[in-house]
Design a protein around this ligand. Structure first.
Ligand SMILES: [Zn+2]
Ligand SMILES: [Zn+2]
Length: 258
């Protein structure tokens, strides 16, 4: 049976176990894309690599895994953790660390990944390449923008129009992000509206996601969702992106009254 391909965008704490619970076969993950080096986005990298290594087939030759990251030293540190005490690690997993410095990061027969620099981590004067990025992922499913963490309200619209926008609300209020997004990138008439999924929630949103949704003006609430851990979005060729009802925090958007 042909194995599926999977791609991992950011690797926060618990990503290995969380992936397994939600059906990820780590043997299929060959490419990691790290938006920035904050530990809540990378703390699970050693664990994820360990899963890739541990689940190898016996007798299989070394598999290649690539980590695209603006924080190379940190990815090297994750590898060091594994090399240090697992002598056979490099015999079975051949890991390449590729610095993100340019817009086009990756392309294979399925997806194309572009890195869009933002100001979430501000450069030291001596550094030239940006240290934090959003990703725009295009493929047979249309386009997805994953914002990573944002540096300003203006950066929610980064990557312009897309079909599915995965936007953090941990640093900015969702209603303000959305207002800015809609004023700067209004949905073109006649096109399919993009789905906006808020994730990486602030404490305030986690405490009362329904209240967070109510703070968004009613006319802007269509296609807005607040995800929970393990959220699942499925692409249907005819109807576009569908969100698993159980993946939404609180009630479904339409059920929340103003
Ligand atoms: Zn961050
Ligand atoms: Zn973060």
């Amino acid at each position: 049976m042909k194995r599926q391909k999977s791609y991992c965008f950011d690797a926060g704490f618990g990503v290995g176990r969380s992936g397994v619970i939600h059906g990820v076969d780590w043997r299929n993950v060959k490419n990691f894309f790290i938006s920035h080096g904050h530990i809540d986005h990378t703390g699970g990298l050693p664990e994820a690599l360990f899963c890739c290594w541990k689940l190898r087939f016996s007798g299989e030759t070394a598999r290649q895994v690539s980590i695209y990251t603006p924080s190379v030293r940190q990815a090297q540190a994750a590898l060091t953790m594994l090399h240090e005490n697992h002598a056979a690690f490099e015999n079975f997993l051949d890991v390449k660390i590729i610095p993100i410095t340019e817009k086009l990061v990756f392309q294979d027969e399925i997806i194309r990944v572009e890195a869009l620099a933002n100001t979430h981590i501000v450069n030291a004067p001596t550094q030239t390449a940006a240290r934090s990025y959003a990703f725009r992922i295009t493929g047979p499913f249309g386009s997805i923008v994953y914002t990573g963490d944002l540096g300003s309200l203006d950066e929610g619209g980064i990557g312009e129009a897309c079909d599915l926008r995965l936007m953090e609300d941990g640093h900015f209020r969702p209603e303000e992000l959305l207002a800015r997004l809609r004023s700067e990138a209004p949905q073109p008439k006649g096109t399919k509206a993009e789905q906006v999924v808020f994730l990486h929630h602030s404490r305030e949103v986690m405490k009362d996601p329904d209240a967070a949704l109510r703070r968004i003006p009613r006319e802007q609430r269509k296609n807005i969702h607040f995800s929970c851990d393990g959220a699942t979005f499925v692409f249907h060729p005819k109807s576009g992106w569908q969100l698993d009802k159980d993946s939404i925090v609180g009630h479904k958007t339409e059920e929340v009254k103003p």
